[in-house]
Design a protein around this ligand. Sequence first.
Ligand code: F6P
Length: 326
Amino acid sequence: MRRLGILCSGGDCPGMNACIKAVVDTCDANDIDLIGFNRGYQGLIENDWRELKKIDVANIETISGALIKTSRSPEFMTEKGFRTAIDNLHKNRIEGLIVIGGNGSFRGCRDLVNAGVNVIGIPGTIDNDLFYTERSLGFDTAVQQAVNTITDIKQTMYANDRGTIFKCMGRHCGDIALHAAVSVEADSLAVSEIEYSIPQIVEDVKNSMRHGVTSPVVIMSEGSPLDMEEVAYEIQSQCGITTRSIELGYIQRGGVPTYYDRMLGVRWGVLAVQLLMQDMTNLAVGVKNDKIFSTPLIEVEYVLQEFRMDMVNDLRTLHGLPKLNG
Ligand code: F6P
């Protein structure tokens, strides 16, 4: 294939730019034309694109966000919008399309595959909820941002003997919360993957306080059904410490990409172009045990993964709490 397209879809993630740059550079080095559709599937529908040359991507790997922007496009899910998108791919003589995005974007990829478009999917989401791959682009940075922010805030909370509830992003996936919680030795963790109650959180906090902790930290995931304010209120009233609740929010998505996310972005970007050059399509790329791979796009939605109870139980052991079953 000699003429490719690329787009980013869904929430942006740190590492997207490194990946875009690697795709551009690989195309440039192999005399392949590359056009970038702005604002994801929506740009495809509106035929909003730009040619991407090496000069356009100089230095973008160091920043988060997405050069060609991203969006969630409800119009792409309509018959008319989808048809227009396909027409524009034909009009622009796109032989293969690279999509960087998360779950919703991968659904779009599968529809494109079924419509005969050659697609490569690159998992780009801080949520880490594409379970066929150990990591998605942006997750590592999101966790690092969460850990840094929690650590900073903890300094002032420690000085004031205050408790803090932090809510991490991740939609329905508790991975950011879990990895952050273990890293900062959180006193309690509440994610949707584990049935947990406010009284249990309060008991965890009391347990830590009995062991001398004066500024307990509770980490919750976005998907947890528990109310963060209620958790803070119960800790404050039952444990006798002023307790604040903090939603970490977009700081997790806007951070400077870690080396790991940049490296993943580069490796997947190169692999995606390589595959298309060899006319290998309709694949999703991923990583396992540090090795990158590709696998059929239409199969990845069926891959499930168990929540990392071993990590949860590491944290619980550290606090002398009984282990939980998966
Ligand atoms: O999917 C990435 C993500 O950041 C989720 O963690 C979060 O639930 C959602 O996007 C937020 O979306 P928006 O940018 O539309 O507020």
